[in-house]
Design a protein around this ligand. Structure first.
Ligand code: MG
Length: 158
């Protein structure tokens, strides 16, 4: 049987933080605020994966009140989600995701993001799609107040 999952996340842009998306440190004047490294793309992907398996969400597995997760690389958390899925008899079919940001340009960094995600999950890059869009200067992403991300995924029950 195949199972579909959906993930969505938002983080606020602020000064004095690194901008990390898909495990890539992107040179930019501001970064995303959060308890972990605030990698909004990876957070959306983890929620899609957990959702497809009906295993809750990242807030449940990695609470932002737990000092263990302070400043942690979200890619490391993705590894843990991948292991959890395996334990429950799931394999990742594919993941599609979109980063919603006015700036900066994401295209040069997408190949490395796909590589990082594939490696964390132990699957081929051809199963991972990452895209980016602006919202035409509309709303909070358009005003560069934050970055959002959405993801869907397909799990195969082993
Ligand atoms: Mg988040």
């Amino acid at each position: 049987m195949m199972r579909v999952g959906l993930g969505y996340d938002v983080h606020r842009l602020t000064e004095g933080r690194k901008l990390i998306l898909g495990g890539v440190e992107i040179p930019w004047e501001r970064g995303l605020l959060g308890h972990s490294d605030a990698d909004v793309l990876i957070h959306a992907i983890m929620d899609a994966l957990l959702g497809a398996a009906a295993l809750g969400d990242i807030g449940q597995h990695f609470p932002d009140t737990d000092p263990a997760y302070e400043g942690i690389s979200s890619i490391r958390l993705l590894v843990l989600v991948g292991e959890l899925l395996k334990e429950h008899g799931f394999a990742v079919g594919n993941i599609d995701a979109v980063i919603i940001a006015q700036k900066p340009k994401m295209a040069p960094h997408i190949p490395e993001m796909r590589k990082n995600i594939a490696k964390a999950l132990g699957i081929g890059e051809e199963r991972i799609s990452v895209k980016a869009t602006t919202e035409e200067r509309l709303g909070f992403t358009g005003r560069e107040e934050g970055i959002a991300s959405q993801s869907v995924c397909l799990l195969e029950e082993l």
